[in-house]
Design a protein around this ligand. Sequence first.
Ligand SMILES: C[S@@+](CC[C@H](N)C(=O)[O-])C[C@H]1O[C@@H](n2cnc3c(N)ncnc32)[C@H](O)[C@@H]1O
Length: 246
Amino acid sequence: MPSFLEIADFYDDLMKDVPYRMWTGYYLLLLAQQNVKPQRVLDVCCGTGTMCEMLTREGKELTGFDLSETMIRVARQKAHKKRLKIRYEVADVTSLDLGDTFEGAYSFFDSLNYITDAESLSQAIVRVSQHLDLGGSFVFDLNTAYAFEAKMFDQHNKNPRAKVRYDWKGDWDPHARIIRVHMKFWVGDQEYEETHVQRAHSDEEVRAMLDEAGFDEVRCFESYGLDQPRKRSDRVHYSAIKRRDP
Ligand SMILES: C[S@@+](CC[C@H](N)C(=O)[O-])C[C@H]1O[C@@H](n2cnc3c(N)ncnc32)[C@H](O)[C@@H]1O
């Protein structure tokens, strides 16, 4: 089963403790550090659109896209119910063609780790660049190899009172820099299974790809602060500005 298809309907329940509000504030902080204020913003791999909603409420005009039709279906239903005007599309970032450009783009919550080879990540970054105006901002996070080595994806919640119970086990291949996380979920009597594959992209690779795609002023932070990443940072955030066409 491809990832994020079956779990879309309970993704928000599963993520109920994820600090999206803090992440939105952190995104705004990184934009302030870049000295930019994008109005038209693209959420790359938006999932069920929680950050799109928060940024819309901050007065921005959001477009979000995701590979998973079911995640986009949930995102559209949520926006409709909350009367929020957000454009959502089903699209693969590696072949993105929305026929539009934006002043800013961001991708949060491991999404670019789901692109599991360097060539495809490079294509994805070029595609994002092609959707940005000159001077446009790109901010994204990445899980590091340390997160995978440290077994941060070995997680479970088997509390019978939880709406969604789960049991995840990661299988990390340090040579390929790939982790395969075998995930089981239970909602009521129903059992679901997905295998999520992520790659730990190296800092060197990412910087070379950003450069090739026309980005400059590349900065990398230990997530949720403004410090440089450390050896044991499990997640990092990059910010960059598009200065030329790829
Ligand atoms: C962990 S979820 C994060 C979703 C959302 N950004 C959030 O913060 O909740 C990763 C998302 O990346 C999407 N994704 C993975 N590969 C993709 C691709 N090639 N193109 C577009 N979306 C992709 C998945 O469908 C999934 O919704």
